[in-house]
Design a protein around this ligand. Structure first.
Ligand code: NFE
Ligand code: MG
Length: 504
């Protein structure tokens, strides 16, 4: 088969993503990943009060809102010369962790699992579970209807091989229904300290405005216990069941092989020790993160501003009619190299870093359960496994942070906006490395630039014509049926793209 396939929009992701693959001899020869809209947050921020930036940037997304807030207050703190008290740092970790847990559960069950779990098989369900019975009635009505909406949930779907084991399948479908509740529970957990979510009200430069009380600690703990049992008894086992049934997905979708992590969940005031440390992994070689090595190319993006700029001096001038361009994403590069970011990048960087022995033990244990060698983690299925394991490890860490909180002690230090200053905030969102850069003049924002996880992963070709991480992950992928290119969707969704973020 030689054919060009266009999947647009790719469903069950966040935002508007188009993927074009050129198939030659039944394999993807070239891939083009495009962000199809422009949003303009970097323009909106100019001239505003720097202390509003965390509220404005959280509106970039309804999923990783909190992380944009955290990146923004970190950038402000660098510019203001401020630092939160221990309580403030811990509360931020707890809000951000709740958001990671929410996002990972939603990604696996609501966005990705349907690529593997057989929804139609619920037609043959004989058991008494009320939720599955209702799902069965819905699926049967969809299958019987001649007027199936192309945008209805679950069906229609690509014809493909789905999970064969009926018990594992019904269990995963039951957990799919439960995931709605648990996702919501994780949001409630974060809101204990965020005031409200998805857009946290309490994040400020200098700490958080929420007080720490014994009652809030107890509330968070009770949500956490429920989430931990779902992660350990449903999420991780379901990922293992899917992984064991689709071993071929451990040998596709490898991507660029370079991994970047900015580090997240500080364990000390100096922002150095982090649960997931910062690092750059190129091949087997782990290097220290050098923030100055980040640049953004725009040769093939719809921007007329200069290319190859560091974000601190970044420019964003939209040019919708620019020739030769095919995406609203810039092309971020690290020392000119393409980088993958996300849970797999965090896991690999942490594993090679070696300072977290519990993580190493957990990764080795998971690989044993999957009966896979370490190198197979770099794959489409490895990304799902890394995400699920990370979810468990983060939830465990939350228990420690709750114990470290000091009720009724300060959560925030006052800070003042300087006349002029620069700063940047590097953190991790569920989908990977997230950075905000701020320049202040006359106490107002002069320039504000965001370089976002999905901008890294779904980047278009750069100035040298080198494809982005997802584009590279698609090359070589076998396509069985041009009418049902589920392989493409499975690879793309393993990255958990958020185009709303990516084009900000
Ligand atoms: Ni809109 Fe976001 C991305 C994440 S950036 S979901 O990409 O995770 O904070
Ligand atoms: Mg940007």
């Amino acid at each position: 088969m030689n054919k060009t396939l266009t999947l647009s929009p790719i469903t069950r992701i966040e935002g508007h993503l188009a993927v074009k693959v050129e198939v030659e001899d039944n394999r993807v020869a070239r891939a083009f990943v495009s962000g199809e809209m422009f949003r303009g947050f970097e323009q909106i921020l100019r001239g505003r009060d720097p202390q509003d930036a965390q509220h404005i940037t959280q509106r970039i997304c309804g999923v990783c809102s909190v992380e944009h807030g955290v990146a923004s207050v970190l950038a402000q703190e660098m510019a203001f010369g401020a630092e939160p008290p221990a309580n403030g740092r811990l509360v931020r970790n707890l809000i951000q962790a709740a958001n990671f847990i929410m996002s990972h559960i939603a990604h696996f069950y609501l966005l990705s699992a349907v690529d593997f779990v057989d929804v139609e098989a619920v037609s043959g369900y004989q058991g008494k579970d009320q939720g599955l019975r209702e799902l069965q009635a819905w699926v049967k009505s969809q299958l019987a209807s001649k007027l199936v909406s192309p945008i209805a949930p679950l069906l229609p779907r690509y014809a493909a091989k789905y999970l064969q084991d009926p018990d594992a399948n019904f269990t995963a479908l039951r957990h799919y229904l439960d995931a709605f509740e648990f996702r919501s529970l994780a949001t409630k957990m974060g809101a204990v300290f965020a005031g409200k979510l998805p857009h946290a009200a309490t994040l400020v430069a200098g700490g958080v405005t929420e007080r720490v009380t014994a009652l809030k600690i107890t509330q968070y703990k009770s949500f956490l216990a429920q989430l931990q049992s779902f992660i350990e008894q449903a999420y991780l086992p379901d990922v293992v069941a899917v992984a064991r049934s689709f071993p071929e997905y451990f040998s596709v979708g490898q991507g660029c092989g370079n991994f970047l992590c900015y580090g997240v969940f500080p364990e000390s005031g100096d922002n150095q020790a982090k649960v997931f440390p910062a690092g750059v992994l190129i091949g087997e070689k782990l290097g220290q993160l050098a923030p100055d090595a980040v640049t953004e190319d725009v040769a093939q993006s719809w921007f007329s501003s200069a290319t190859g700029l560091r974000p601190m001096d970044g420019e964003t001038t939209p040019a919708p009619t620019k020739g030769g361009a095919y995406s609203w994403l810039k092309a971020p590069r690290y020392n000119g190299q393409v980088m993958e970011v996300g849970p797999l990048a965090r896991m690999l960087v942490s594993y090679h870093d070696g300072r977290n022995p519990a993580l190493k033990t957990a990764v080795d244990g998971l690989l044993k359960a999957l009966d896979k060698p370490f190198k197979d983690l770099v794959s489409a299925m490895g990304r799902h496994a890394a995400r699920a394991l990370e979810c468990k490890l983060i939830a465990e860490r939350c228990g420690e942070w709750l114990n470290q909180l000091a009720p009724d002690s300060p959560t925030c230090r006052e800070c003042t906006v300087p006349e002029s200053a620069r700063g940047f905030g590097l953190t991790e969102a569920a989908r990977g490395a997230l950075g905000h850069w701020i320049e202040i003049r006359g106490r107002k924002i002069r320039n504000y630039q965001c370089v976002v996880p999905t901008t890294w992963n779904c980047s278009p070709r750069d100035d040298r014509g080198i494809p982005g991480a997802v584009e590279q992950a698609l090359v070589g992928l076998p396509i069985t049926d041009a009418e049902n290119p589920i392989e493409v969707a499975r690879i793309v969704r393993s990255f958990d793209p958020c185009l709303a973020c990516a084009v900000h």
